[in-house]
Design a protein. Structure first.
Length: 143
């Protein structure tokens, strides 16, 4: 007995299967090519947040010294936190360096108790030099 199978009942041909595997492999390769860029962006954002925190910490110390009429404190040496390894071993990465912090407060012309304080945080991220600046006013307290 001869079977008359319609063309819609047939399975995939080898060519169709290979084409599907090739498309899947290309999509998978594109997905995995995004991952290193994601890690680099995350590392950059992490260092930037640390720089903001370091700059704000020193700005608070500058403002406090102006308000209290005490000498300006020396800028702290703050190491950059390298974070935890992404391999899942729980090991701490080495620090890639330190933040270089500078700052000062200058009297605002026309005001007797008002000072303009500026803090600059710089660091090296790979081969690029990065910086973050914060500015604020401080008022000397009257006793």
């Amino acid at each position: 007995m001869v079977s008359n199978r319609s063309s819609s009942a047939r399975g995939f041909t080898i060519l169709e299967a290979l084409l599907g595997i090739t498309i899947f492999a290309i999509a998978l390769a594109a997905f995995y090519s995004i991952i290193p860029g994601s890690f680099q962006t995350t590392s950059h954002d992490d260092q930037f947040v640390q720089a903001v925190s370091a700059g704000q910490q020193y700005m608070d110390a500058l403002r406090s010294s102006v308000e209290q009429g005490t000498p300006v404190p020396q800028p702290p040496v703050i190491p950059i936190d390298g974070g935890v390894s992404v391999t899942g071993n729980g090991m701490q990465n080495a620090s890639p360096g330190n933040f270089i912090i500078t700052g000062n407060c200058l009297p605002v012309p026309g005001f007797t108790r008002l000072e303009d304080c500026t803090v600059l945080v710089t660091w090296n991220e790979g081969s690029a030099n990065r910086s973050y600046q914060v500015e604020s006013y401080a008022t000397k307290q009257v006793s």
